[in-house]
Design a protein. Sequence first.
Length: 293
Amino acid sequence: MATQIIAIANQKGGVGKTATAANLAASFAEIGKKTLLIDLDYQGNATSYFGLKFKAKHQDKSASAGLGDGVPLADCIMKTDSPQLDVVPGDMGLSKLSREKILDPGAALLLKKWLDCPVAKTYDVILIDTHPSLDLLFQMAMTAAHHYVVPMFAEADPFDGLKYMFSELGQIKSGLNPSLYFLGLVITKYDDTNATHNKFLALLKKFSKSNGINICGIIPDSKAIASSSSVQKPLLWYLPNLPVTKAYLKLGKDLAKDLSVKRIGKKQKVPVIKDTPTEFMEIFGESRNAEIF
């Protein structure tokens, strides 16, 4: 199977994007997929998840070195405790790169061109953890990716920015990356004892079905997510028997199965945001107007 490049994206921060990228990477590695995680967020949180931030700084290995200074991909890769999982660290240099290159013609193609090399082709899966913004880094990730996944909470606020993100993706698909494929939503921090979460999910499934949008997985809420980040280990390496860990492993298996049916080049429209029915906002006790799929 050809290398599959997947971007994990949501312009809203704090929705479990990096936790999903890191734990999904560990899950792919667990099921035998040679995996590369590219940290394209200058905060470097995905890099920290694997305890590599300090080491990367002193070894001068980073995505910004490759994208900004032309360092080959092979020289920017760092090993993790799993032989199946490598990381390209993120650092503050990406912020500088984003500002300096934003007006350069073809800047959105930098990551795609960087990954067009023999080393990249040795991986089964390349995951890109994106910065929570519709900036140049987002454009680079979505131009290089074959697919993307959107993590979100089972709450109203995470939908606020989706309209603008899908609008930006529509422009990218119309020019830079026509074959970009939306694998679906991942509901994070889900509490099945919370009536609001349950009502939200039921409504989301209804809208997703009518609009052809897939829900990839549902990740239960757990304090272990924060604690695994603090000890700098993905859940599979830290607390492998928890429900949240098993949910991320299932997500990896489900996506791997989905990707085995070759999707690269398959045409797909970007989801369209429409007005929200009043009953959706009533779930949250709000009367303001909002938008959803």
